[in-house]
Every structure is written in C-alpha cells, then in structure tokens.
Design a protein around this ligand. Structure first.
Ligand code: HEM
Length: 521
C-alpha cells in the first residue's frame, strides 16, 4: 500500500514540480524583460497601425515625408515599418552623435535587396555590416584605390571624357537639336568609372561600357519595381510580379561579364606595384586577391560585387548632381553669369577650363556645394545600430535601423538662412583687401554636420574627391562653352522625383546647347 502511494505521489508530484518551476522561470523572465523595457525611454513616435506600422504616413517622396513628420516628432523619432524599427535623424546635432560620438555603434549597413534575389548576398562592402571585411576594404580604398596618387592618375580619363561630351553637345548645337542632358552625363560618368576600373584593355571598347550601363539600369529598374528602394517593403519578399526572379537573372548576366573581364586580366598579367601609370582599380583588386599575406583573403564574388557597387555609387550620383547644377543655373541667370564671369577671368576664352584651375574658382566650388546641399543624391543615409545606446537622451536598441535624413538636415532653418533657396554665395567668405574684394570658399567637409552630402564618420563616402573633381570641371566646362535654352519654356522644373533615387529630378533636363565657345577647334 505504502509503495502504491509513493508511486502515485511520484507520478503526480514530479510533473507538478516541473510545471511550477517552469512557470516561475517564465514569470521571472517576463518580469525582468518588462521591467527593463519599462525603464527604457524610446524616441517619440507617431501613432502606428497594426501590421503596417507607420507605412501609411510615408509617401513615395520619402525624405520629404520624413521631414514633415520630424517637424512634429522631433530630430530623433522612431517609426516602425512591417517588422523593422527605424530611428530617423533630422538635425545636425543628432547626426553628429551618430557620426562621431556613436560612430562605431552605427557603422553598420544592411542589404536592401533580399538575399534570394542577389547572388552576391553577404559579399557587400557598401551594403555590408561593420566587420573584418569592411575594415579591410575601407583601408584598401583609402590607401590605394582612391588614394591621391591613384586619383591623379585618372586625371587623363576624366579630361578625355569631358572632351567627348562637349563634342557630342557641340554636334547637337550645330544641328539645332535638343539633348537629354541626364542621359549624356550618365554616359560620360559611366565611361569614366568603367575606364578607372578596367582602363587598359577595354578603354576604347564602348560596347562593353554600354553593356555595363545597360545591366546597371536594368538592375535599378527591377529593384525599384520590386520595392527594394523602400528597404522595408514587406511585399518585396513576396515577389508578386516575378521582378525578383528577373533581377536575379540580371545579376547572373553581370556575373558572367565580370568573370570574363577578370579572367582576361589574369591571362594577360596584372600590373603590380604602385608606380605604373597604367595601373587601374582591377589591377589593385586582383593583386590583393592574390596576396597570400593579406589580412583578409578576398573572394571573386567580393571583387565582382565591389565593382558593381562602385558603378551604383558613382554613375547616377555624379551625373544627376551636374544636371541639378545646370537646372539651378538656368533658372538663375544672375548666378549663371557670375559663374561664367569668374571662369572667363581666370581661364579666358583660349582654352578649356581644367581641374588645375578649380582652386582659383571659388564661386564654381560654391555652386556645386549649394547644389549638393539642396539636392543630395544620398538624401537618406542608411545605417544600422549594433549595440544598445542612448542618442539625444533616448534609448536605441541594437539592430534598430537608422535613416539619416540628409535632405531635411541640409534644409533645416535652424542651420541655414532661406534654406530652400539656391544661394551659392552662402559658401563664400569675403575678404576685403586694399584694392578689391576677393572670395574664398568655406571648407565644410568633415566639420559641420549640417552639411552632409557625402555622409560622415567612418562610413563616409570614399569617392568624394574623385566625384568633386568630375563635377566641378564638368559644370565649369558646360557653363564656359554653352548657353542653355530649355525646350518648351524659360524655367526648368526643379521638383524632385520619387521612388528608387529620392534625389533625382522628376523630369529629365531636355535643353538646347548653344555653343558660345569651342575650345576643341
Ligand atoms: C555626387 C556623387 C556622390 C555622392 C553624393 C555620394 C554620397 C555618398 C553617401 C551619402 C554615402 C554614405 C555615407 C555614410 O553612410 O555616411 C556614400 C558612400 C559611399 N560612396 Fe559615395 N557618393 C558619390 C560618389 C561616389 C563615387 C564616385 C564613388 C566611387 C567611385 C563612391 C563610393 C562610395 C562608397 C564605396 C561608399 C561606401 C563607403 C562605406 O560604406 O564605408 N561614391 N556616398
């Protein structure tokens, strides 16, 4: 009997105790979790809807809609889209916290394109997380790929491509035809980066450069249709219209193309060592790939994806910024004439403006600065927080994504007088000498977080020096050589477009170039 009772006790008591202990552990966990969450103070947030969160508050013009929300919810607000939480940064002081105080906490990025459509998923540098690979590539960019000697070496390519676009525009001028300036410029910047990467064997082979452009355009269009641009679109993963599948196919075609180029380099011998004038970016990448002592062993996929990222980073950014500059200048004849006067006085009308003239052209530099302030191509800078931290007095949890609204920051009335007006003079410092007045341009980069067209902190743009060289000289040449008449009216529409590149113009700039000075004759 006694043994029957004890068996019964064992049978009932053991599960009972296990359940009790589990319950206590769960209660303790919940209590602990809710207690710490309750102690956290998250940034202000607008009212959210179930499932979609704050998506209903955002238009296709993302920077502008976030700017409007920030006016109500402050310079650091939190929003939720689908299952992702974002903090949105909208003033210089908070941007400084992200770029300087918490630089390493926010030195990660996330891949916008779902892994199932991107055959290089996990090999990204621009879109990759902070880590060994990113550190290694950043060092390679700074010390070799985009170091000053290498940038100087590409001077010839930049100047030759500017001459090519001028020839094309002069032909249009002779024929009385308008041009789509955006297309002409994208063709030029595509050639520049293509030749910087693989200058030797394919430099005169325009078909390959065109093919690269075609692939990049297809990828951009498919990514936009898929909703990748929105980063957070939960419909993206569902691929309702098969665009994800098509995107993967374009990646595959690019992979074949890039692999063929790499093999050609390997068969013909890469140029080692730093002094050779013909050494290009592919030489440096393949030399690093072969280096047995390198801290990180590069893979072929990492090289191919890096090259693709360079195309995306440079082509549209540079061409669209130049387009915006010309649009703003055409709308402001007084500013256009002031710039032309400066170029004429320094360069004259006997030769084309060139890179070495730029230090003596402060107003040209100011025009570009003001263009990038009003129309930043990186209108939203994407980052990800890697550990819990406090920003602007609020708690931000690890894995929260950050959207730094460069568009709103560079139009913040607290930082800029008449923030929506195109006033390049704001970047000039006047010096009154004995005889006359002269100007120098303000140095903004890296010090002022109200001005962040190239981002900031350790993940800032590595191509800014090259981009500035191309943009300044091209704008100078377009103003020196042509008068511009707009097709169908006096003014250029300067509305921003929507969708994948929030910094792009809504309509292409179609204009008649009228030759005023032909330095090529
Ligand atoms: C008008 C032209 C350009 C603009 C407005 C621009 C802007 C930017 C911005 C805003 C970022 C993000 C910075 C951050 O997160 O703080 C960036 C990153 C980057 N840019 Fe540019 N960029 C331009 C041209 C170029 C060019 C020509 C190249 C290369 C040839 C380039 C290569 C890169 C790379 C590799 C990164 C990623 C750096 C990293 O993650 O560490 N960019 N750029």
């Amino acid at each position: 009997m006694a043994s029957a009772t004890s068996t019964l006790m064992e049978a009932y008591c053991f599960p009972f105790f296990i359940s009790l202990i589990s319950l206590l552990i769960v209660r303790w966990l919940i209590k602990r979790f809710t207690k710490s969450e309750a102690n956290l103070v998250f940034p202000p947030t607008p009212p959210a809807l179930p499932i979609i969160g704050h998506n209903y508050l955002l238009s296709s013009k993302l920077p502008q809609s976030l700017q409007t929300l920030a006016r109500r919810y402050g310079p650091l607000m939190q929003i939720r889209i689908g299952s992702s939480t974002f903090v949105v940064v909208s003033n210089a002081a908070v941007a400084k916290e992200i770029f300087i105080t918490h630089d390493l906490d926010f030195a990660s990025r996330y891949e916008p394109c779902p892994g199932e459509y991107n055959i290089y998923s996990g090999s990204g540098f621009m879109t990759g997380p902070y880590g060994q690979y990113w550190l290694f590539m950043k060092k390679l960019c700074v010390t070799k790929l985009f170091a000053q000697p290498q940038i100087d070496r590409f001077n010839r390519i930049r100047e030759q491509e500017i001459v090519k676009i001028l020839k094309s525009l002069m032909k249009r001028s002779r024929e009385g035809e308008p041009c789509n300036l955006g297309t002409e410029l994208a063709y030029m910047t595509n050639n520049v980066i293509f030749r910087m990467i693989i200058s030797k064997r394919l430099s005169e082979n325009n078909d390959e450069s065109k093919y690269m452009r075609k692939l990049a355009v297809e990828m951009t269009e498919l990514a936009a249709k898929l909703g990748v641009s929105k980063v957070f679109s939960f419909l993206t993963k569902m691929d309702l219209f098969g665009n994800g599948k098509k995107l993967k196919e374009v990646f595959r075609r690019y992979n074949e193309f890039a692999e063929q180029i790499m093999k050609e380099y390997e068969e013909n011998g890469i140029i080692n060592g730093g002094e050779n004038e013909d050494r290009d970016l592919m030489d440096i990448l393949l030399e690093t790939f072969r280096d047995r002592d390198a801290e990180v062993k590069l893979t072929r996929n990492q090289i191919k994806y890096f090259v693709l990222e360079l195309f995306f980073a440079s082509v549209d950014g540079i061409s669209t910024t130049i387009q915006w500059a010309i649009a703003e200048l055409v709308n402001r004849p007084d500013v256009f004439n002031k710039l032309r006067k400066e170029i004429d006085s320094v360069v004259g009308l006997t030769r084309l403006v060139k890179e070495s003239d730029v230090p003596k052209l402060p107003f040209l530099q100011a025009v570009l600065k003001e263009t990038m302030r009003l129309h930043p191509l990186g209108a939203i800078i994407h980052r990800e927080c890697v550990r819990d931290c406090k920003i602007n007095g609020f708690d931000v949890k690890a894995r929260t994504k950050a959207l730094i609204n460069a568009y709103a920051i560079m139009r913040d009335p607290e930082e800029w007088e008449n923030p929506d007006e195109f006033l390049p003079d704001r970047f000039l410092i006047k010096f009154n000498g004995n005889n006359d007045e002269h100007h120098e341009q303000m140095q903004m980069e890296g010090q002022d977080f109200g001005y962040i067209p190239f981002g900031g902190g350790s993940r800032a743009c590595v191509g800014s020096t090259h981009a500035n060289l191309v943009m300044r000289t091209t704008i100078g040449a377009l103003v020196q050589c042509f008068d511009w008449k707009i097709k169908g009216g006096e003014d250029v529409g300067i509305n921003v477009g929507s969708g994948s590149f929030p910094g792009k113009m809504e309509l292409p700039l179609i204009a008649y170039p009228i030759t005023r000075f032909d330095p090529l004759n």
